[in-house]
Structures are given as C-alpha cells and as structure tokens.
Design a protein around this ligand. Structure first.
Ligand code: GDP
Ligand code: K
Ligand code: MG
Length: 271
C-alpha cells in the first residue's frame, strides 16, 4: 500500500488524542481541558503501517490568532495531508461544525467522526448521521473513542477517501457573497494552489492580512479586490468578516436541522 497521511483535526476536547491513541496504539496524554496538544504528534496506524496519523492541536477556527490555530492551519495548508479526519464532539454540534465549514474549503478529502456518541445516547438524543452526511457532502460515522465504537469504520473510510483524493464540495453561501468570491477567484487563479482557491478567496474577502501577504498581487489587483469587498459590504450592510461568519452559521443551521431528527424516524437510525 502507498503511504497516506491523515490529519486529525477538531475542536479542543473533541477526542482527537483519544482517537489517535485508538488508531496508533500510542499512549498520548488525554486531558479533560483544552490546549493540551500544542505540538503535533505523528504515529502509524496499528494495523497498516503505511498510514500515518497526525494529531493536530485543537482549534475552533482556521484563523491565525492562537498558537494552536497557526500550527494546525500551516500544517493543513502546507504539508498537504491526504485526508482530514475531523473529530466532532456530537454533544456540541454547532460549535464543532463551524470549524468543519472551513475544513471543507481546503481542497482535501474530509471524513467526520461524530464522536462522543455515547454521551448523545445517554442524553436520550438521536442524530441522523446519514442525513448529516448528505448535507455536508462527506462521510459521517458515529464514534465513541471511549467505548471503542466506530473507529475502524471511520479510519477505513478516511483511508479510502485519501487514496481516491476525493475532495468535498465546499458549502455554497448567499448568491451575493458567491458573486464576490467568484470575482476574487478570477483574480487569484494561478497565484494560489488550485485546490485551495476557495479558501484563499474567502480569506482575502475577509481582508485577512496574513493571507494577503501570502498571495503576490499587483497594486491594481489589490484595489480591485478591495472594490469587490466594499460593494458587497454595501449590499449586505455589514462588514466582510461578519458576512462570512453569518453565512457559515446560516448554512450550519440547515445542517443541524438535518442531523436532529423527529422521534418517529428514529427507528431507522444507526448510531
Ligand atoms: P482532544 O483535546 O481533542 O485531544 O480530546 P481528548 O482525546 O484529550 O479527550 C478529551 C476528553 O474527552 C477526555 O476526558 C476523553 O477521555 C474524553 N473522550 C474522548 N472521546 C470520548 C468519547 O467518545 N466519549 C466520551 N464519553 N468521552 C470521550
Ligand atoms: K484535551
Ligand atoms: Mg489532544
């Protein structure tokens, strides 16, 4: 088997290190507080040594504001893992899937481990993993790193997606925002990796300075992008960063509605 590298990514305390330990047989420290893993840790899949697993620092967003965000973001953008295994705390879907919206924009295959599913059950809740997978456009597997459930299934799927390099369809937002993003993409095409163009266009729309520095644009191109942003801000009556945040939450709301099912359907659900 050819080597593949899989990046474990998710919010702090979603269970990344627990999943890492399950997969690799390692014994990394699992702590019930955020920020335990600031450095990356790499291991190999127990049953298939050609699969490298990278445990990344827990983050809430792909912004460059905390050391964890910088380490994780630089790894995901520059070290090109073959797939992202996004560990999601199923008891806190909205906050966790907010990061997912950004991971889907990186041009890397994504598979979701809907972790802590034992706690969801304990609370008497049911989640429809099939509908959620349909909405997100990526596989979703209910897991419990604590009870050793779903881990084999989720890693097998992730390796499969990594081998096929099956990249997700990123979330589509309001047409008025999409129009701006398409125009920015036309300007930066060829100046950023093709697979990451969506991510770069959104970051430039947000006027993120660290990304502006990464893309070499002429002064005129810079001005054109600023014009596009200003027009869009006027249309929305909001600043560009807030526009993106609101669009992400609007999209998430629909995803969460898909996941949370009515009781009469619950007999069809496997978790
Ligand atoms: P990380 O910060 O994402 O690396 O998360 P950890 O692996 O350190 O886990 C955080 C806490 O959640 C620890 O107390 C784990 O034992 C616990 N944990 C991890 N996965 C599960 C799970 O599936 N179910 C339950 N109930 N607890 C879990
Ligand atoms: K932790
Ligand atoms: Mg950890």
């Amino acid at each position: 088997m050819e080597n593949v590298t899989i990046a474990l990514t998710g919010n702090p305390n979603s269970g990344k290190t627990s999943v890492f330990n399950e997969l690799t047989g390692a014994n990394q420290y699992v702590g019930n507080w955020p920020g335990v893993t600031v450095e990356k840790k790499e291991g190999r899949l127990k049953k298939e040594k050609a699969v490298f697993i990278q445990d990344l620092p827990g983050i809430y967003s792909l912004s460059p504001y905390s050391p964890e965000e910088v380490v994780t973001r630089e790894y995901l953008l520059n070290d090109s893992p073959d797939a992202i295994l996004n560990v999601v705390d199923a008891t806190n879907l909205e906050r966790n899937l907010y990061l997912t919206t950004q991971l889907l924009e990186l041009g890397v295959p994504v598979v979701i481990a809907l972790n802590m599913i034992d706690l969801v059950k304990k609370q008497g809740d049911v989640l429809n993993t099939e509908k959620l997978a349909y909405g997100l456009g990526v596989p979703v597997v209910a897991t419990s790193a604590l009870k050793h459930r779903g881990i084999d299934q989720v890693i097998n799927l992730t390796v499969e997606k990594a081998q096929k390099r099956e990249t997700p369809v990123f979330p589509r937002y309001d047409d008025r925002l999409e129009a701006a993003l398409v125009q920015i993409e036309e300007i930066i095409a060829g100046k950023v990796p093709d697979t990451q163009i969506r991510w770069f266009s959104i970051k430039l729309f947000e006027r993120e300075t660290s990304v502006q520095q990464l893309v070499s644009l002429t002064e005129q191109e810079d001005d054109t992008i600023e014009e596009i942003i200003l027009i869009t801000e006027k249309i929305f009556g909001d600043d560009s960063e807030s526009i993106v945040v609101n669009e992400r939450y609007d999209w998430l709301e629909k995803m969460i509605a898909l996941a949370q099912i009515e009781h009469q359907e619950s007999h069809r659900i496997v978790s």
